[in-house]
Design a protein. Structure first.
Length: 53
């Protein structure tokens, strides 16, 4: 998921440089959502891995 967030961030940066502010804003929002979801999933998996058997 973090790789998809990075891809959308790059798309947002390129669209922003080219002047497509609507596309850049949408891609930045998607990148932010994917980043947060990826961090939450990573945290949950980390905590579940530390649980004693």
């Amino acid at each position: 998921m973090l790789s998809w967030a990075l891809i959308f961030l790059i798309v947002a940066l390129i669209a922003g440089v080219l002047g497509f502010s609507g596309i850049a804003g949408a891609a930045a929002n998607i990148a932010w959502i994917l980043f947060v979801v990826g961090l939450v999933v990573a945290l949950v998996l980390f905590l579940m891995g530390r649980r004693p058997r």
